[in-house]
Design a protein around this ligand. Structure first.
Ligand code: FAD
Length: 415
């Protein structure tokens, strides 16, 4: 985030996050990428020990009780070490725990949130199914009532942190005959009888973060573990799209930042035709574009965080801003990573520099937590709604009349 708009407390928080990121052992990053490690327990334990999990969650449950702006400041720094670590950092604390804090019972807050924020237990979130992630409401995982409990059956896939998780946030259909927004329930499921995880994906990047298949076979869960009650999953889903997508945007900035730093240093030192390659505009302009995109990405994330923090902005506008941030930041990050590799040339394509890992890792950002095509759908829907309900009624100049033949109404044909 921009240092010139940070308070002293925020700079201190950023420096705490930076110190944690500097602590991360190099071997951990390399071993995760080589999949010698499938879940970095020690990393999350250390994050908990440093009280760097749950930045926005209440202090009473072990969080820091801070704002979205603060969270984004930390998320950017967390992202620097590796995208895989950042995903895990966000999924358990920022997503599963926030869902429980907002919609769960006190028992879950004590059993899941308190130990998780200390780094003692781990959690994952299961929305995506083998049959599809974008069509979330078409889920086939279902739960049936049995006395005071619900029995869940189904499968989820690509679940970050599944391998190490003690708890899972799982969406299941509980009323198949109801319309989409009334048929789903968000359950908190312990790793218990009938829960199996399989670390099976040969991922292109973001490796070693426990991303796996989650199989649920006759898993018994008490009704009080349903967040927001039975059939109340829609509100949980809608609420959680803020931390999923805004959190992703913030950490993606951090994960691609090192690429720009590497390309900047390299282009200042590397010579061709007797000159530092930075002095060739084709090279220097690429680095300039990367710096521009990084700052534009930060500006967007920062203003969206302020909008969410204010609690005064219409939910539709928030949905649009969050989706815009996720789409713009992740597409910028991809362009940045690609340009930085080009600047560094052939050696950038090897494992002498971590650029090739950053390129592989960053590619995920445009796909997960809702693909960028889904972001576009939301932006389109919310823009049209907001324009016709609000913006078109504002007292602004009607520029459509500022054309020579604006009065030729018979030329303004719409059908
Ligand atoms: C490494 C990794 C980690 C992940 N972690 C998690 C996790 O922790 N938890 C979790 O629940 N999920 C996770 N996911 C799943 C991820 O969120 C989904 O892959 C993503 O939402 C897309 O779903 P899909 O892969 O089923 O693609 P599909 O939904 O089948 O989509 C395929 C393509 O069609 C496009 N498309 C689909 N519908 C439309 C439409 N209406 N309009 C325009 N285009 C459309 C999509 O944008 C995409 O390009 C992870 C995925 C990966 C690869």
């Amino acid at each position: 985030m921009f240092d010139y708009i940070m308070t002293d407390e925020q700079k201190q928080l950023r420096d705490e996050a930076r110190a944690f990121t500097k602590w991360v052992p190099r071997e951990l990053i390399l071993d995760m990428d080589a999949e010698k490690i499938q879940f970095p327990h020690d990393y999350l334990r250390e994050a908990g020990r440093r009280n760097l999990l749950g930045i926005r969650l209440p202090k009473g449950y072990g969080g820091r009780g801070l704002s979205w702006v603060d969270d984004a400041i930390v998320a950017e720094e967390i992202g620097v070490a590796s995208y895989s670590l950042a995903c895990l950092w966000g999924v358990g604390a920022d997503i599963v725990c926030e869902a429980i804090i907002e919609f769960g019972c006190e028992e879950l807050k004590q059993k899941v949130v308190v130990p998780l924020l200390k780094g003692e237990t781990f959690a994952a979130e299961g929305l995506t199914e083998p049959r599809g992630g974008s069509d979330f409401f078409g889920a086939t995982t279902y739960a049936k009532k049995d006395g005071d409990d619900w029995i869940i059956n189904g499968q989820k896939r690509f679940i970050v942190g599944a391998e190490g998780a003690d708890w899972f946030l799982v969406y299941a259909v509980t009323d198949p005959d109801a319309p989409p927004h009334k048929r789903m329930t968000a359950f908190i499921v312990p790793r218990t009888d009938g829960v199996e995880t399989r670390y099976i994906y040969g991922l292109m990047g973001v490796r070693g973060g426990g991303a796996g298949r989650l199989l649920l076979r006759d898993v018994r869960v008490p009704e009080r573990y349903a967040l927001n009650g039975i059939n109340g999953g829609y509100d949980v889903f809608v609420h959680m799209m803020i931390p999923e997508r805004l959190g992703t945007a913030a950490m993606t900035i951090g994960s691609v930042r090192p690429a720009v730093e590497i390309a900047t240093r390299y282009s200042a030192k590397r010579k061709a035709f007797g000159l530092p390659i930075q002095s060739f505009q084709a090279v220097g302009f690429k680095v300039a574009d990367c710096a521009l995109l990084l700052d534009a990405a930060r500006s967007m994330v920062y203003s969206t965080c302020l909008a969410v923090d204010s609690k005064k902005v219409h939910p539709g506008r928030i949905r649009r801003m969050v989706s815009q941030s996720k789409k713009f930041v992740t597409e910028s990050a991809w362009e940045i990573a690609n340009k930085c590799m080009q600047v560094v040339g052939g050696i950038g394509y090897t494992n002498v520099y971590p650029l090739e890992r950053i390129v592989r890792d960053i590619r995920l950002s445009m796909i997960w937590v809702g693909s960028n095509e889904i972001m576009q759908l939301i932006i389109q829907n919310e823009w049209y709604k907001e324009y016709f309900k609000v913006l078109s009624k504002e007292a602004v100049r009607d520029v459509e009349q500022d054309a020579v033949n604006a009065g030729e109404v018979e030329e303004k044909v719409y059908e």
